[in-house]
Structures are given as C-alpha cells and as structure tokens.
Design a protein around this ligand. Sequence first.
Ligand SMILES: Nc1ncnc2c1ncn2[C@@H]1O[C@H](COP(=O)(O)OP(=O)(O)OP(=O)(O)O)[C@@H](O)[C@H]1O
Ligand SMILES: [Mg+2]
Length: 391
Amino acid sequence: MKALLITRDSALHAEIASQGAARVPPLTLVATRTGMRDALDRLVPDAPALVIVDAHDFEPSDADMLERLAKHYPEANFMLLTREHQQDLLIRAMRAGVREVLQLPLNHRAFHEAIDRIAASAGVTSMREGKVLAFISCKGGSGATFISTNFGYGLATLAEKKVLLIDLHGQFGDATLYVSDQRPAMTLSDVCSQIARIDGPFLESCLVHVTGGFGILAAADDPGHKVELKAEHMDAILRVARKHYDYILLDVGRQIDAISLRALDSADAIYPVLQLGLPDIRDGRRLLDIFRSLGYPLDNTRLIVNRYEKGGKLRLQDLRSALGADILHTMPNDYLAVTDSVNQGVPVLRLSRNAPVSRSLAELVESITAHRLPENKGLFDRLFGRGDGDQ
Ligand SMILES: Nc1ncnc2c1ncn2[C@@H]1O[C@H](COP(=O)(O)OP(=O)(O)OP(=O)(O)O)[C@@H](O)[C@H]1O
Ligand SMILES: [Mg+2]
C-alpha cells in the first residue's frame, strides 16, 4: 500500500518507514511532506491509498488544511497521530473523515492493527487464509524433515505461495540446516517468550528466510527450559500465521507435547511420513491409534510413503489396509540427490532439479495446490521446461 507521510519529525519518519517495510505486503512511503501547508502545495500526482498525518503540534489552521487535503485525496484513508488531550482536533478530524487516530509515541501493535483495518477495507489486504499442514515422522529418520522443508521450498518457488515452516522438534530441531546455511537469530522459544508482541511483521522478522516467500521458524533451542512453551502460544502463533501465509507447514518430529498436540489439533491436514517396512508400519499404526483416540478425523490424515521402491514384498495396498488411512503421495528413494542436498543445506529442487525426488516434490506441490489454484498447470514447465537442468 502506498502512503504519504506528513511529519517534520525524522525519527518518527524512520520508525514508520521501517515498520511499513516489514509488513507483507509492504507499506511504502511514496512521499513525505513537512507539514499541512507543504502537503497542500505539493500534491502527490499518484494519489496515495493512505495519508499519515503527524498532528502532535497542530494549530487550528492545520485542521482547516486537513479538511482541504482530504478533499484532494477523496479515495485515501487518513490516519492521524496525536498527543493526548487534542479533543478539538479529534472532532475536526472526524468531520474530515479521518479513519484512524493513534496516540504518540507510536504503539507498533496498534499501528499495524490500524493498517490491517485500512488494508482490509481498501481491498488491498494481504490477509490470507493459510492452511496448516503437519508432517510427522512415524519412525525416526522416515524423512519428515527432508520432505517438509523441501516441499516448503517447492510451494514457494513453483506455486509462488507464501510459506512458513515451524520446526517443532524441540531442542534437536534442525529443519533450517536442510535448506539453508543461515543460523537462526530467533527460535520458537524466543517467539513464545515475547508472545504479547506477536503480529505478522514480528513473526516474519524471526524467520530464517530460504527465499523471499519461504521462511522457517527454528526449533525452540532452550535446553534449560527457561521459557515454558504453552498450548496458548501455539494458538496465537497460528492465528497470526494463517493471516500472513498461504501455507504453514509443521515439522512435528516424534515427541508429542502440549505445543505439538495443539498444533496438530489446529492442522487442516496431517501427513504421517513413513517408509514401506514393518517397523515403520508398526509405529505408524501406533501413531494413528493415538490420533483416533484424540478424535482426529482420519480423512484429514493421509500418508506419505518415503523412499518408495516399486516391486518390494510389501505393497502400498498392504500399508493402506494395515493403517486404515489413504496414501497421499509416494516419494522415490533417491540417495544421491537427497544426500547432496541435505549435506550442503541446499533445497534439492535448486541443487538437482531433474532428480526423481525433485519431480516427485513438484507433483506433491501440484496435488496439494491444484484444487485451490487450477491455473497452476504450468508447474512442470516452470521446473523442467527450460534448459537441460543443472545436475
Ligand atoms: N526420499 C529419500 N531418498 C533418499 N534418502 C532420503 C529420502 N528422504 C530422506 N532421506 C534421508 O533420510 C535421512 C533422514 O531424514 P529426515 O531427517 O528428514 O527424517 P525425520 O523423519 O525428520 O527424522 P527425525 O525423526 O530424526 O526427525 C536424511 O538425512 C536423508 O538423507
Ligand atoms: Mg526430523
């Protein structure tokens, strides 16, 4: 959203510029004017969607000018930043059609909430209705972290979705390392310890960014358990995340605790990841029994069979009947491509885009997004159409 800011306070200008830039989509200051007179003298040719007016030292004549400026930008929303006890001004502002009045010093949360309201009414909202998809490994090493991280990358790059992955492994979480070489500056425990600050820009600022559209919230790295992770924290994070991301992927790991249970409760779909072998099937059955006892509808639970090789003794049909759940997808065993990717911390779709496992990830992206976005037909062209690949 494009905004005009009227202030002579350079610190306030910098504050609003940085808060605006952190929003998704960003709030861009297209012009700045030092006062109402200046704003009227130098109208912005491309009318802004939002006019933010610092009214802390307003004179009565400024209120007149505010009314005139509002007539010049009839489509714009006005936001007034005031000190306490400027009652007269508030009445004039209401008459001029000012939509939001905030007090200085600026409270960031109130600022973002006001922008959200304006953006929603202007129809430029980024408010999404994100889907929460949980990946959980039935047995240690089944491949849930590899698949969830690389699938997240695929969703963001092939289907151009905005994706957040939350690593719920606790202390031993390593999801960021599968697709990035950045060290996380913030983790899930940091977010929970500052839960009162949670909003879209704050959450976004806590992520390791793999691409512009794909960020990972690193696992809670808090061996001393200084921060108590509560189920309510998960509620707050997911509530905000659903508004700001198209997909929220959960790498659940194997331990089921209060926070991962709450995450599973809110998931739109649960994907247990397992390999086609008896030990995995046994553990998978236990896991699904837990889900049944918790009352999760099994039609939300669909299996991903990893490292699948055709022609083995066990068939997919055996797995389906042993577990009583449908199979969403099979992922081929692709030792070289996966090992290279995991060892280098580079998404396999970037490193070896023609590898069988990359094709399979692209299919998974298509099958999960297709019914929501039928225009995504060109995924394969986008992935494989150009050149001979870079393997
Ligand atoms: N499709 C595949 N083909 C070949 N190797 C794979 C495949 N998927 C995963 N792997 C290998 O299996 C290893 C374990 O995978 P991953 O760490 O994703 O499992 P996990 O289910 O997250 O395990 P944990 O229970 O420890 O969290 C990876 O290091 C990777 O090298
Ligand atoms: Mg894992």
